[in-house]
Design a protein around this ligand. Structure first.
Ligand SMILES: [Zn+2]
Length: 107
């Protein structure tokens, strides 16, 4: 197993734990029905913040899973857009990337 795979699997574990924490904290917000209106609106705002954090973590998790799939298929070192070899230093810095530097910002 490569160092990159180890890093990706650790990241995957972190992200799954984070998403579970976000979901648990949202359940707490929803459970608090006996508060006054002001408290409820603060909690609603908090739950929107948690939602956006959760979406971010889910997008990152998707990217990690995609990178692991490409590694499994033997294509982990190749850009998924232009098929060029991705700079190994880039893969150390961003283990979840599946694009070369040139394609990174392209749609
Ligand atoms: Zn590329």
């Amino acid at each position: 197993m490569s160092q990159r795979t180890v890093a990706l699997e650790a990241l995957r574990g972190d992200l799954i734990a984070r998403i579970e924490r976000y979901q648990a904290s949202k359940q707490r917000f929803e459970g608090a029905l006996d508060k006054d209106i002001e408290d409820q609106s603060i909690e609603l705002e908090n739950s929107e913040v948690v939602d956006s954090l959760e979406n971010e973590a889910e997008a990152e998790l998707k990217q990690v899973m995609h990178a692991l799939k490409r590694i499994d298929a033997g294509e982990g070192e190749h850009c998924d857009r232009c098929a060029a070899i991705i700079d190994p230093k880039r893969l150390v810095a961003l283990p979840y990337t599946t694009r070369c530097m040139h394609c990174a910002d392209l749609p």
